[in-house]
Design a protein around this ligand. Structure first.
Ligand code: HEM
Ligand SMILES: CC(C)=CCC/C(C)=C/CC/C(C)=C/COP(=O)(O)OP(=O)(O)O
Length: 305
């Protein structure tokens, strides 16, 4: 009896034991990787020459650490909401595997080191703008907007859209209209990216009482919003070509990607099955990733008509 109780307690302990993987998970590594790709493209497009290696490495490290810190704070602030939703109940803070205190220490260290790296090796403009993005996501969006309005992700999306600008300022020390165009692309991409997922997870959000668009305005209205934002995204994505910032490789690549996104959005609105919303969400990630790779190819391979 005693033996089985001790075995049981060992099993429970090993089940609850915290590991580095929990800390890694709290940083939302896949999201941060894509954010860093967009920051890298911002760096490369800022200069006709190669980006200085020290700026590249320390810039990406600093932006990555502050983004990761913002993600960890999001896990802390949202731990009650997360514990109610099927998609997130297993997260380290929601599950109680990582204490709020330890998560805050982790976020604080990541944030402080990231800020100092940017301030010392990059420039103060980039350090402050990146810190502002952290505040925008971790505090303005997560603490306030997420709980306050179905436009939460539209406004909050500005923080996640900032990295190309952060990459640009890391290299030049200045805010340039071309960098703001890249921000505008991600800003317009965010609503169809997120609302496609929110349609699939509407019941989760309703259960957690989070006023996401499908909960407050219904799934049909959200599908229309996805479609309209996808059309808007197609138009916004023409701007880099029309302003002379990018050339033919970009025009062809981005048009193909936006056509793909539009087809998903049309199917979602008019002929959806159970899987369409999640497929649209997954496509949105591929779309943004390939779009930024295409911007990079276009920058380094001169092809004009
Ligand atoms: C306010 C803005 C945004 C919201 C509300 C949002 C929402 C979400 C949500 C809820 C997920 C979770 C899916 C899951 O756990 O299965 C997700 C996944 C993801 N998001 Fe976003 N997102 C936003 C902005 C961004 C931005 C700016 C990027 C990158 C540039 C991005 C990249 C990704 C990636 C790569 C994933 C997949 C993560 C994985 O598979 O682990 N998101 N997004
Ligand atoms: C410094 C800087 C660039 C900061 C931006 C950081 C960042 C991680 C932005 C990504 C946005 C995102 C994943 C939102 C989802 O949050 P959610 O709470 O709605 O989703 P969840 O339910 O999956 O947590």
């Amino acid at each position: 009896m005693a033996k089985s109780a001790s075995l049981q307690s060992r099993v429970t302990r090993s089940h609850n034991a915290v590991s580095w993987k929990d800390y890694y998970e709290m940083t939302k590594p896949n999201v941060v990787m894509l954010l860093l790709l967009t920051a890298l493209v911002g760096m490369c497009l800022a200069t006709p020459t190669w980006v200085d290696a020290l700026t590249l490495v320390t810039g990406l490290a600093g932006i990555g650490m502050l983004s990761a810190s913002a993600a960890v704070i999001n896990h802390v602030v949202d731990h009650k909401i997360d514990s109610v939703m099927a998609r997130t109940f297993n997260r380290p803070v929601a599950k109680g595997k990582v204490s709020i205190n330890n998560a805050l220490w982790f976020a604080g260290i990541l944030g402080a080191v990231g800020f100092v790296v940017l301030a010392v090796f990059v420039n103060m403009l980039t350090a402050w703008l990146t810190l502002a993005s952290l505040v925008g996501y971790a505090f303005v969006y997560t603490m306030y907007l997420k709980r306050a309005t179905p436009q939460n992700i539209v406004i909050g999306g500005l923080a996640g859209a900032a990295p190309p600008l952060l990459g640009w300022t890391a290299v030049t020390g200045e805010i340039h209209a071309h960098a703001l165009l890249l921000v505008l692309i991600i800003f317009t991409w965010t609503p169809p990216h997120f609302w496609a997922l929110a349609i699939h997870r509407e019941k989760d959000y309703a259960k957690a009482k989070v006023p996401m668009l499908p909960v407050t305005h219904g799934i049909d209205f959200t599908k229309t919003s996805v479609l309209l934002y996808t059309v808007l995204l197609g138009l916004v994505c023409l701007l880099p070509y029309l302003t002379g910032m990018s050339d033919m490789i970009y025009l062809v690549g981005s048009s193909a990607l936006n056509l793909g996104f539009l087809l998903y959005a049309i199917k979602l609105k008019f002929a959806a099955d159970d899987q369409t919303a999640m497929k649209t969400f997954r496509f949105s990630i591929i779309h943004l990733m390939v779009l930024f790779v295409v911007l990079l190819l276009d920058h380094y391979i001169p092809v004009s008509l």
